[in-house]
Design a protein. Sequence first.
Length: 264
Amino acid sequence: MKILYFTATGNSLYIAKALGGELLSIPQMDKKGIYEFSDDKIGIVFPLHAWGVPSYLVDFLKKAKFNCRYLFAVTTYGIYSGAVAKHLHDISIDAGYSFDYINRIKMVDNYVPTFDMKKEIANEHKKEVSKQLQAIKLDIESSKKWLLKENMLQKGAFNYMASRAGRPFNEKRLKVHVYGEGIDNYLQVEDSCTQCGICSKVCPVDNIEVDHEKGKIKLSDKCFMCFACLHHCPSNAIHVNGQVSRDRYINSNVQLKEIVDSNI
Ligand SMILES: Cc1cc2nc3c(=O)[nH]c(=O)nc-3n(C[C@H](O)[C@H](O)[C@H](O)COP(=O)(O)O)c2cc1C
C-alpha cells in the first residue's frame, strides 16, 4: 500500500503514518515531477481547506494517475468539512479515475485567523481521534467501498451548497480570496525572526527565502495558506493579519524533522 500525504502541522502525517504502508510526500512527488503511482491499494491523506480540497492538492490530483485495485482518501479537518468528498469525487472524475472510499477525521483546527490554538489543544481529547482512526483503519484493511459524499448529500441541501460556496476559494488560491493580492496584506514577520530558515524548509511550495544580508526572510506570492511556516517558527515571528491569538500548534505525534523532510 502507498499513502500520498500532505501536511502542515502534522495531523495528516500522523494519520498517514498510523494507516501504514509506504509514505510518499505530495510536495516531494510534485517537486520531482512524479504523478503516476502503482500499487494494490493507494491512499491520499490531506488537510481540508475552506470546506474542500486545498488548491495545491487540486492541481496535483488533476495531474495524477493511479494504477491500483483500491483508491481511498482521508481528509483531516477541524470543525466543519463542508462537502469535501463531493469536491474530491468531482476532481477525480474529471481527471479520469474514481475513489473507492472517502472519509474524514476531526482533529485540532490549525486555522489561526478563526481558532485559538490553546483552546483547540485543550479540547483535542473531545474529538476522540484514535477512535475515528481505528474505524477508518479497519475499513481500509477490509477494502470497504464507501463515499462520505453519499452521507453529505443525504444530510441535505446545506452541505451541498456549502461545497459549492467553498469551491471558488479552494480551486483558486484561497489566500487571494481572503486577503487579496500581495503577501503583506496577509503575513507579517516580526523582528524576533532569527533567519533560522525553518519556515523555508517547511514551506511545500518554496515560497520563503532567507536573506542573510538583509537579516530577513523574503516571502513570494505562491502561498496557498497551509500555515506550516507560522506554526513551526521557533521564535513565533510569523503572524497572519487578524489572527485570534499568537499560540501555535504542532501535532504531538510528529517531529519537526518529519515535516521538514515532507515539505523541503
Ligand atoms: C487555510 C485553511 C483552511 C481551513 N479550512 C477548514 C475548514 O473549512 N473546515 C475545517 O473543519 N477545518 C479547516 N481547516 C483546518 C485543517 O483542515 C485541520 O486543522 C487539518 O487537520 C490540518 O492538517 P495538517 O496538520 O496535516 O496540516 C483549515 C486550515 C487551513 C490552514
